[in-house]
Design a protein. Structure first.
Length: 285
C-alpha cells in the first residue's frame, strides 16, 4: 500500500458526521491542518450540509483551503461519483440530494432487517443513534455489529457482510445511473471524478460513458491500493485524458482504525491542474 510521504499537502476524499463520518467538520479541518494539509475536500455521501461549517473552520487557518464536494451513490454496484466545486445552493440540486438520502435511509433499514434474518440482532434505533446528526450508513451498521460482538472489527463487518463480496446490502429505491450522477454534477457547475475505481467491472466502458456526462478525473491514489494497482489506474487515466486524483476516504478514527487525512500520497501537479479548472467561472466560490 502506498502511503503519503512527509509533506503531502492534499486529500480530496474526506467524510464528516453529516454523512457517515466520525468527526465534525470543525474537528476534521483542525486535524487536517495539524497534519500539514493545504487542500482538502469534504465529500459527504449525498449531502453538502457540512460544507459551510468546514469552510468556516478553515478561516481560522490561513494555509488550508476546503473544496466544496459531495459523493453521490449510484445504482451500479460500487460506483460512486465525486463532485467538486458544485454550486450546492441550487434548489434543484438540494432536492435531488434529499431524494437520494431518503432512498439511502430505506436501503440501510433493509440491510439491518437482512442482518436480523441472519441472526445478528442489530437494531435500527442503535444505528440511528450512532449516526447522530448524519445520515445512517454502512459504517454505523458496522459499529453496531461490533458492539454486539458479531464481528471482531468494523473491517471484518465490511469484509464479510457490508462490502462487495457476500453483501447483504439492500438496493436503493431511488438512485441515479453513474452517467446521471456525473451529469447532475456538471449541471450544477461542478467537476465529477470517479471514486475508488480499482475493483469496478468493465472500467473502460464505464469511463467512456461517464466522460459523456462530463467526467474530468478518476481516483488513482486511494487507501489500500498497492503500486501495481496505482500504475494500472494511472495508465487508464492517461488513456482517457482524466486527471489522476485521490485521497484517504477518511471516515473517522473509530471506523478506519488508524487511517488519517493525508495518509495517501496524491501528487501535487494534477491537484494544481484540478484547482485551476475548478476556479474557472465559478463566482460562488
Amino acid at each position: 500500500m502506498l502511503k503519503a510521504a512527509l509533506g503531502s499537502t492534499a486529500d480530496l476524499h474526506l467524510h464528516t458526521t453529516y454523512s457517515d463520518g466520525q468527526m465534525s467538520p470543525d474537528d476534521l479541518v483542525e486535524l487536517a491542518a495539524g497534519r500539514g494539509l493545504k487542500i482538502i475536500a469534504i465529500t459527504d455521501h449525498n449531502t453538502t450540509d457540512g460544507l459551510a461549517e468546514a469552510q468556516a473552520a478553515a478561516e481560522n487557518h490561513a494555509d488550508i483551503e476546503v473544496i466544496p464536494g459531495v459523493e453521490l451513490t449510484t445504482r451500479a454496484d460500487g460506483v460512486h461519483i465525486l463532485g467538486y466545486f458544485v454550486n450546492y445552493g441550487l434548489a434543484w440540486f438540494q432536492t435531488e440530494l434529499a431524494r437520494l438520502r431518503s432512498s439511502q435511509r430505506q436501503s440501510i433499514r433493509g440491510t439491518v432487517r437482512q442482518l436480523r434474518d441472519l441472526g445478528m440482532h442489530v437494531t435500527w434505533r442503535r444505528v440511528v443513534e450512532l449516526a447522530g446528526r448524519g445520515s445512517a450508513g454502512r459504517p454505523h451498521i458496522a459499529l453496531a455489529m461490533l458492539e454486539k460482538g458479531y464481528v471482531a472489527s468494523t473491517d471484518e463487518a465490511f469484509e464479510l457482510y457490508l462490502g462487495r463480496n457476500d453483501s447483504v446490502l439492500t438496493e436503493m429505491v431511488h438512485n441515479l445511473t453513474p452517467a446521471e450522477a456525473a451529469t447532475m454534477i456538471t449541471r450544477a457547475g461542478g467537476l465529477s471524478v470517479l471514486a475508488h475505481p480499482a475493483y469496478l467491472a468493465d472500467l473502460e466502458s464505464l469511463v467512456i460513458e461517464l466522460k459523456g456526462g462530463g467526467l474530468v478525473g478518476m481516483e488513482v491514489y486511494c487507501w489500500g491500493y498497492d503500486r501495481e494497482t496505482v500504475t494500472r489506474l494511472l495508465e487508464a487515466s492517461r488513456r482517457h485524458r482524466l486527471l489522476p486524483l485521490g485521497g484517504s476516504d477518511f471516515h473517522g478514527l473509530e471506523v478506519t482504525q488508524g487511517r488519517l487525512p493525508g495518509d495517501v500520497a496524491v501528487p501535487l501537479r494534477p491537484v494544481r491542474r484540478f484547482m485551476a479548472l475548478g476556479r474557472v467561472e465559478r463566482p460562488w466560490l
